[in-house]
Design a protein around this ligand. Structure first.
Ligand code: FAD
Length: 417
């Protein structure tokens, strides 16, 4: 069982052929107060509080068709069960893309990515999946269909359902259809990487990069065993220091050539002696590793922290004090830190999170969530979702409006009604 595949308490999995059938299933469950667990590609069903109430699995596997693709308008409308890879293959023919990089894209579905609001390294330069969803259709907890947004950018009169459902973990509605705004595929892509001596120097470089004359699409700070043997990142420096700063740029050949040269000048100006520019296949290989890192392999505990960017290196320091062998990927330009522990914290999850890491994150205006804990121990609300200062009552009232019987992914998300 890989880190993501978990056993949900489902009695059976239903796979509707279309939205009408899906709405009928939800309506029937509403009448019988039967819990529903929406299933996309199943790559992160372990994300969230463990499901307790037995119910049915609702697979979106057959809702995977293209509804409308006016490539000239750089938008596309698809059903939510389409995998990110199939979508990418289709868009590539028009030299277009959805610049959101998720692991296991041959299995991860668009609906699952939107429901979890997972994003990859290029969130820095290209924005998050939330920024690309301009229209949404879903079925609420009564089995009623509803929609928000539309086929054109800025078509949101009233409450923005696209933004509300993104990251709602399938607790407000089962997403059935999405309209996306797309981007052109860049002609050229390259990475400038170096190995800071320590986290303090890394922090200085990150601060300088916020004033760079270039426009990176990703700023990744990488630490730990997972990156130690990366020949491409280390280049001929042969460094064993498993701390790397990788800055990715994309655009026309000329733009990328200028930006990599400018970045090298800026980094050298900050005292970096050994750095190298990686392009072509090597750059794409590194990027594939960056994309797959969060869900790759077996880890007894995977966490994600969101802090202000200036808090990134301090948070990594706190992680290393807990587990000097943990592997870290940080979308450092956005203050996102993903940590894969090499062993489960001996002092237990609650002490590690509530007692230590959440306090560090809070000191940088952030939070820590559990992405995966295959052992499943101590998965309490506070340890999984951390502290939240959002208006809890208002949020649970919103949940009840969309799902009065609390049947959609019940008690798995932040707001438990
Ligand atoms: C440990 C770990 C870390 C990860 N980190 C990242 C990361 O940093 N960045 C990244 O981009 N990806 C990350 N992922 C990948 C993530 O798996 C996928 O990007 C995506 O979120 C899941 O897509 P899926 O279709 O497999 O969803 P599933 O695993 O099937 O479902 C995920 C959640 O979404 C709900 N859901 C699924 N489809 C729908 C729908 N149509 N309507 C309503 N709710 C729905 C499910 O009920 C479930 O709660 C990570 C995965 C794991 C296991």
């Amino acid at each position: 069982m890989s880190t993501a595949e978990v056993s949900l308490p489902i009695t059976e999995t239903l796979t509707p052929a279309n939205t009408g059938e899906l709405a009928d299933i939800v309506r029937d469950c509403y009448e019988r107060e039967t819990p529903i667990y929406p299933i996309g590609g199943g790559t992160s069903l372990g994300y969230g509080l463990p499901a307790k109430r037995s119910g049915i699995g609702l697979s979106l596997a057959q809702l995977n068709s293209i509804v409308d693709y006016p490539a000239r308008d750089m938008t596309i409308t698809v059903e939510a069960g389409i995998t990110l890879q199939s979508l990418a293959n289709l868009l590539e023919a028009e030299r277009q893309c959805l610049p959101v990089d998720v692991p296991q894209s041959d299995r991860a579905t668009l609906g699952g990515v939107v429901a979890t609001n997972f994003n990859g390294p290029r969130r820095f330069g290209q924005g998050t999946v939330r920024d690309h969803v301009i229209g949404i259709q879903a079925v609420d907890g009564r089995g009623q269909r509803f929609k928000g947004g539309g086929r054109v950018v800025k078509n949101v009169a009233g409450y923005d359902f696209c933004k509300l459902l993104t990251g709602s973990m399938g607790t407000l509605g089962v997403i059935t259809e999405l309209t996306l705004k797309l981007k052109p595929i860049a002609d050229s892509f390259a990475i400038v990487s170096c190995s800071p001596t320590d986290l303090s120097q890394a922090g200085q470089l990150l601060a300088k990069l916020t004033k760079s004359e270039t426009t990176p699409c990703a700023i990744e700070l990488l630490a730990g065993p997972a990156w130690a043997n990366s020949k491409q990142l280390a280049g001929d420096s042969g460094t064993s220091n498993a701390l790397f700063l990788a800055v990715a740029v994309e655009g026309t050949e000329a733009e990328v050539a200028w930006m990599t040269k400018q970045l090298a000048t800026e980094l050298r100006h900050e005292g970096i002696r050994s750095l190298h520019t990686i392009d072509g296949k090597d750059a794409r290989d590194i990027f594939a590793d960056l994309k797959e890192f969060p869900s790759e392999g077996e880890s007894p505990l995977v966490l994600r922290a969101n802090v202000v960017p200036s808090g990134t290196t301090k948070f990594i320091e706190a992680l290393r004090q807990l587990d000097s062998n943990c592997s870290v990927q940080s979308h450092a330009g956005n203050g996102i830190v993903i940590a894969k522990f090499s062993e489960f914290p001996s002092e237990g999850l609650a002490r590690t999170l509530v007692g230590r890491l959440q306090a560090v994150a809070a000191s940088f205006h952030g939070n820590v969530v559990v992405l995966s804990n295959p052992g499943g121990s101590e998965m309490t609300h506070q340890s999984v979702w951390g502290a939240t200062d959002a208006p809890y009552d208002l949020m649970t009232a919103v949940k009840r409006e969309f799902d009065p019987q609390n049947i959609l992914n019940p008690d798995r998300f932040v707001y438990i009604s």
